[in-house]
Each structure stands twice: as structure tokens, then as C-alpha cells.
Design a protein around this ligand. Structure first.
Ligand code: ADP
Ligand code: MG
Length: 325
């Protein structure tokens, strides 16, 4: 795969604090790539280095094969969508989207108008051209911010937690829209989030970051099912541990009889049952004193606290973390 953006041993230190430390990764053309990690792990700093708002302490960034060192933000063929959208309140939707194009020379008024119409249609905002940012909803403001960036046709679109200001329902809807949009424009997206579900559901590949360093890069399924560190395993979801082996809650089955023959199993005593709407969490205490969680569909909820049960899972559903046993 051909890479459009490459980070080579990128580091950014603020005096003694290592905000970004030796990060190397390569984003392919047309790829939806996410950088995920807890708050403060260095995601925004990485993005600001790419956009040119910060200078690296060491390392190199290449866009389409060209080193970016020495180029000011506006000379870099990337665009950033910020968490707070950063729209101009005194400009209409249309003027906000046209703004970046108007600053470029050699583009006719007619051409700008056409491009803006196309960009607004792309994000389903046709008909709202003359509204001001305070006259549209949060989701619509988000779409204006996207249109404003896409109309410039950057080589890579950088998005810093763009959905985090939206409420839960709108956020899920925008997630799907964002993915469709990325597919239709074919521009590589570097999407930053602290939300592991968002990263897993949107991306072709995900990089997990922790304390300024990259922990692991891979396809969502690969990271979730074959994490290479305890941090990645636990950041991406709940984990049950047994003798150096891990099993995710949704892979654990609970039964009263003998375990299924092809499965691995342990016994446990039911500690509690928690109703979560679409499923149920059964917590069980194992003989070694540890606790396991099984995520069960509603129909299997006839277990009682204090009852001894078999917890079993398929061999393919367990994973080991290198160096953990
Ligand atoms: P994230 O986006 O993953 O939440 P950031 O990249 O914003 O994290 O920050 C990473 C670390 O670098 C944090 O500990 C933050 O306090 C620190 N940091 C960020 N910017 C600066 C700065 N300008 N000066 C000093 N420390 C900073
Ligand atoms: Mg941030």
C-alpha cells in the first residue's frame, strides 16, 4: 500500500515532559486511520505536529513523500477539523465553507460557488446556505466544519475528537455519516478519539497510544482479538484473566451442566447480575478469588447469586498477551 502520510520517530518534549515519544506510523491513501488513547496520551500534540502548529523535538513527517519540516500550517496540504468546530459566527454556512477557497488565488467566483454547493450537498446541508452558525444544530455545525475542510481537498484530513461535543445518539449517527463521507471523497482521514468504540467501528486501522508512545497498530478486529499488551487489551474492552489467558466477556458462556466438549472452562460462584438493557452482565468469583464478567443475552438470565456455574468459552476466543505469564 502506498503511504500518503508518514511519521518517522516523531517526538515532542515540553522541557522534561515527553508528550510524544518516538512515534512511527504510515497512513495509506484513502485510509480511515484512528489514533486512540486516554486523555493526555499525546494525540492532539501528534496532530498539531502534522498540521504545523508545533515543531517536533526530533523525527520527521512526510506528506505524499515530501518532508514537511519548515513549512507553515497554511503551506501544508492538510486540513484540521477541531473539536469545537471553530466556525466563524459572523459568516453564513455558505461563507464559512467558501472562506478557505476564497483565500486561494486563481479560483473564479463561479467556481467557488460550484464547489461550495457540491460540498454542502455532500454533507446534506443544501438549503441551509444562508443560516448563521447559531441558527443550526450541533450536528449541522459539525457538518459545516467538515464541508469547509473537504472543499479544500487536502491530502489528509485531520480530525481531533470531532464528535465529542455531540450527544450520544447524534454521535452514533454522525459516526456512520463520517464513514460514508470518507468513503465517497476518498481522502485519507486521521481521526483522533479517546473513545475505543468509535475508533474500532470507524477505522480501517487503529493506532493505540499510551503516555506518548505507540502501543500497537492494526485492524480493529486484530487489536481487539490479539492485543499485544495488557494496556491495549484493557483499553479496548473488558478482559477476564485466567492463568495468563484472556477471554472477553461476550465470549464467555454460562451453564449449570457440564461444559461444552470443545470448550475451555472454569467454575465460578455467581456474585451479581446487572441488567444493561440489551444484555446482562453476570459477575462470578473464581476459586482463585478473581472476578469474571460474562455478557449474556436476556434469555439466559435465570441464574441466582451464590449459585455455582460453569464458565466456558471456545479456544479461538481466548488470547494470550506476550510476556504476561
Ligand atoms: P491528548 O490529546 O491525548 O489528550 P495532548 O497531546 O493534548 O493529549 O497532551 C499530551 C501531554 O502533553 C499532556 O500531558 C499535556 O499536558 C502535555 N502538553 C500538551 N501541550 C503542552 C504545552 N504546550 N506545554 C506543555 N505541556 C503540554
Ligand atoms: Mg486531545
Amino acid at each position: 500500500m502506498e503511504s500518503i502520510l508518514e511519521l518517522r520517530s516523531l517526538s515532542k518534549h515540553y522541557s522534561t515532559h515527553r508528550a510524544v515519544e518516538d512515534v512511527s506510523l504510515s497512513i495509506h491513501r484513502g485510509e480511515f486511520f484512528s489514533l486512540v488513547g486516554p486523555s493526555g496520551c499525546g494525540k492532539t500534540t501528534t496532530l498539531r505536529l502534522i498540521a504545523g502548529f508545533e515543531h517536533p523535538t526530533s523525527g520527521e513527517i512526510l506528506l505524499d513523500g515530501q518532508p514537511l519540516a519548515g513549512l507553515a500550517p497554511h503551506q501544508r496540504d492538510v486540513c484540521t477539523v477541531f473539536q469545537n468546530y471553530a466556525l466563524f459566527p459572523h459568516l453564513t454556512v455558505e461563507q464559512n465553507v467558501a472562506f478557505g477557497l476564497e483565500r486561494r488565488r486563481n479560483i473564479s467566483k463561479q467556481r467557488i460557488r460550484e464547489e461550495v454547493v457540491d460540498a454542502l450537498a455532500l454533507v446534506r446541508l443544501s438549503g441551509k446556505e444562508s443560516r448563521f452558525p447559531n441558527q443550526i444544530s450541533g450536528g449541522e455545525r459539525q457538518r459545516v466544519a467538515l464541508a469547509r475542510s473537504l472543499v479544500i481537498r487536502p491530502k489528509v484530513l485531520l480530525l481531533d475528537e470531532p464528535l465529542s461535543a455531540l450527544d450520544a445518539k447524534l454521535r452514533k449517527e454522525m459516526r456512520q455519516e463520517l464513514k460514508k463521507l470518507q468513503r465517497s471523497v476518498g481522502i485519507a482521514f486521521l481521526f483522533i478519539t479517546h473513545d475505543q468504540e468509535e475508533a474500532l467501528s470507524l477505522s480501517d486501522r487503529v493506532a493505540v497510544m499510551n503516555k506518548g508512545k505507540l502501543e500497537q497498530i492494526g485492524a480493529p478486529q486484530e487489536l481487539y482479538r490479539r492485543p499485544q499488551s495488557r494496556f491495549v487489551a484493557e483499553f479496548l474492552g473488558e478482559v477476564n484473566w485466567l492463568n495468563g489467558v484472556c477471554v472477553r466477556p461476550e465470549a464467555v458462556h454460562v451453564s449449570r451442566g457440564l461444559p461444552a466438549p470443545a470448550a475451555h472452562s472454569t467454575v465460578g460462584i455467581v456474585e451479581s447480575m446487572t441488567f444493561l438493557g440489551n444484555c446482562l452482565h453476570l459477575e462470578a468469583r473464581l476459586p482463585d478469588g478473581s472476578y469474571w464478567v460474562a455478557e449474556l443475552p436476556q434469555q439466559h438470565c435465570d441464574f441466582a447469586a451464590g449459585e455455582t456455574v460453569n464458565l466456558w468459552w471456545q479456544a479461538a476466543d481466548e488470547f494470550q498477551i506476550p510476556g504476561s505469564n
